[in-house]
Design a protein around this ligand. Sequence first.
Ligand code: NAD
Length: 497
Amino acid sequence: MTTLTRADWEQRARDLKIEGRAYINGEYTASVSNDTFECISPVDGRLLATIASCDAADAQRAVDNARATFDSGVWSRLAPAKRKSTMIRFAGLLKKHAEELALLETLDMGKPISDSLDVDVPGAAQALSWSGEAIDKIYDEVAATPHDQLGLVTREPVGVVAAIVPWNFPLMMACWKLGPALSTGNSVILKPSEKSPLTAIRIAALAVEAGIPAGVLNVLPGYGHTVGKALALHMDVDTLVFTGSTKIAKQLLVYSGESNMKRVWLEAGGKSPNIVFADAPDLQAAAESAAGAIAFNQGEVCTAGSRLLVERSIKDKFLPMVIEALKGWKPGNPLDPATNVGALVDTQQMNTVLSYIEAGHADGAKLVAGGKRTLQETGGTYVEPTIFDGVSNAMKIAQEEIFGPVLSVIAFDSVEEAIQIANDTPYGLAAAVWTANISKAHQTAKALRAGSVWINQYDGGDMTAPFGGFKQSGNGRDKSLHAFDKYTELKATWIKL
Ligand code: NAD
């Protein structure tokens, strides 16, 4: 919790010095072309900074530096215990600069300052320290070989990792990658979203201050179709890790096939079902949770509970409870610590969300809450949390990821029907089940094709458990020790005795 007031944050925003250059080999630098783009705040539409617009030439510089640093062994061959202490220092510097980073995040992408401070920055720091702490506690293996052989099964860093991340949790998504990628000894090129580059640029210098050698972490701001594509097609990038949309995830697989078959690990979109059975243990808790599941972070959450599946026998009682709970989620100025719904990331995203609301009307769903742009006089991009009732799972608003605060309510009559509707989506990121019946909870959880399933809660989880998707929500996992698989190659060494 912050003790700073909105006026304090506004004053700090005025005083803030924003770095917009790329970071290569331990130094801030303009793009090779000198091109820049404007970073506009969705809070009020004002220009925050001009940002280096990197492209293929910058990608080449960064990859060359990352490769040379990796090959030098200055980080890749450092004792794990030393990498551990450095990663913990890096996490500590994020915490030390928490208010500055939170302010950058809020101004850049519009989320409430309280969330930036209480969720994003601590979550990012935790991802760095948790991975760092683990690295000197993981042992390699000795294979069950014949008597005259010794078989060593060892893990090695992959080399040069490109990490391409989205704008909804810019710092935290970056650190879910940086934690295991750096801890395992790789050199990394981080490409933040063009919609939210500021915190990535800032932490590059903090990494070096923590003692991570120059050239190990490089940051290239710029557009996806320029610098992102250049990294994805680069012949000397060993692994590409990505969080973002399913559309771009598929494109990255093509780039890999067209270039050096780099490993590609994808955390993509979702359209997650939140299933409320009539025997839910606490309908009030379920209603409040359903409201939070679509309104938190303006609905710009990969695991947003965007399809609320309600057993028909309780729908007339339950839906008004959700509508009431959603009234507690009200768009406001993100720099006000009391605000819990901020601005959508930019005008383009706001228009996308409004067009889905239009599609809901056109397909015959019934609007029961929200549905409009709001706070237009601020110059920012705010949309009311919105609920459509009477949605069929075939409608566009039930099939496509909206990535905004728009909830589709779908009724069902049986466990089998709930599971069928829940799985009738190209995605498989997350799902929730509300029931007091433990067998029904387990049976439903087993039948759901999703990487995370929550029982009688929505959106639980921390660094201890893997996170990622089935189906077109991606492959591989962030968080937990499973994330280390992405950043290491497995080697078998046979020794004749
Ligand atoms: P996006 O796919 O548009 O962009 C993601 C990143 O890819 C950005 O940095 C962008 O510049 C880059 N990019 C775009 N085109 C590219 C190209 N041709 N080559 C290389 N890079 C390119 O996604 P977004 O709008 O930034 O983020 C929202 C999406 O992220 C949603 O679909 C959401 O579900 C997903 N997401 C998933 C998770 C998860 O863990 N599964 C977490 C957060 C967000």
